[in-house]
Design a protein around this ligand. Structure first.
Ligand code: CP
Length: 302
């Protein structure tokens, strides 16, 4: 992992990301460690973020590193017409590692190819969000005691949701049974289903999940990604397709956990928050430990 960029979840092998999960457990036990003294990390957020940016910042601060960058590209020379190419060429001279979120699919791969330092993809359009996936795997392993042979329901915007694309690719390594629940317009793209078929994995597609909810080990709820729609009418038609309510969890498995990458809009009612099966706030906390593990592995400072 030393000096490797993390653009897609497939950039790390299964054994590499299992090592990240083990290391994150160590950071959870002891988060404050001065391993990044003298290191500078650039956080370049061309798209809004709360969890990803702040958990990266928290992770870096807990390890004694320094942060440069922007949370709004409007305050950078991008507004004067500077290209992504030039921005990365310049910023990579100022830091040891770049963390970048950008609205364009493929932008993180492009940045990693021209940067003189490793690049971590903090989300590129509807494509990938690999650090979210590693914290999702950490959350699943922590709550289920394993990653193998689980039944995973993924609900909502499966077309534009980058977190679900990365999660599917990672969980396809663990003999998962997938249930995809979405409106017709937001179905899982064919390329991901082809991948599952090629691996001989089972997946099922549904319009509703109330009748089958008792089968789930994990329900991964997602927001309908308003910012990715070219047609606002299509967004209005699909935005409230699924709303998880506390009463729906009555006859579910003991081990069931509700995950959501957040932010949520309407898809999980607040009365679910007090149910012990709701795990999304702890899931977001796990992001700090995972990002500590990712940064220290790439910078080889463990
Ligand atoms: N989960 C996630 O990516 O959240 P943010 O958009 O707030 O970073």
């Amino acid at each position: 992992m030393k000096n490797k960029s993390l653009v897609s979840i497939t950039d790390f092998s299964k054994s590499e990301y299992m090592k990240i999960l083990s290391l994150a457990e160590e950071y959870e036990r002891k988060p404050v460690r001065n391993l990044l003294t003298g290191k500078v990390i650039a956080n370049l957020f061309f798209e809004p973020s709360t969890r990803t940016r702040l958990s990266f910042e928290s992770a870096i601060n807990k390890m004694g590193g320094r942060i440069i960058g922007f949370s709004d590209s409007g305050s950078s020379s991008v507004t004067k017409g500077e290209t992504l190419y030039d921005t990365i060429k310049i910023v990579s001279n100022y830091c040891d590692l770049i963390v970048m979120r950008h609205p364009l699919e493929g932008s993180a791969r492009f940045a990693s190819e021209i940067s003189s330092v490793p690049v971590i993809n903090a989300g590129d359009g509807a494509n990938q969000h690999p650090t979210q996936t590693l914290l999702d795997l950490y959350s699943i392993k922590k709550t289920q005691g394993k990653l193998d042979n689980l039944t995973l329901f993924i609900v909502g915007d499966l077309k534009y949701g980058r977190t679900v694309h990365s999660l599917l690719m990672a969980m396809s390594q663990f003999n998962t049974t997938f249930h995809f629940i979405s409106p017709e317009e937001l179905k899982m793209p064919e390329e991901y289903k082809i991948l599952l078929r090629s691996l001989g994995l089972k997946y099922h597609e549904h319009k509703d999940f109330t009748d089958i909810i008792a089968e789930a080990d994990i329900i991964y709820m997602t927001r309908v990604q308003k910012e990715r729609f070219s047609d606002p009418i299509e967004y209005e038609r699909t935005k409230n397709a699924y709303v998880l309510k506390n009463k729906m969890l009555t006859n579910t498995k003991e081990n069931l956990k509700i995950l959501h990458p957040l932010p949520r809009v309407n898809e999980i009612e607040q009365d679910v928050d007090i149910n012990p099966k709701a795990y999304y706030f702890t899931q977001a906390l796990n992001g700090v430990f995972i990002r500590q593990a990712i940064i220290s592995s790439i910078l080889d400072v463990n």
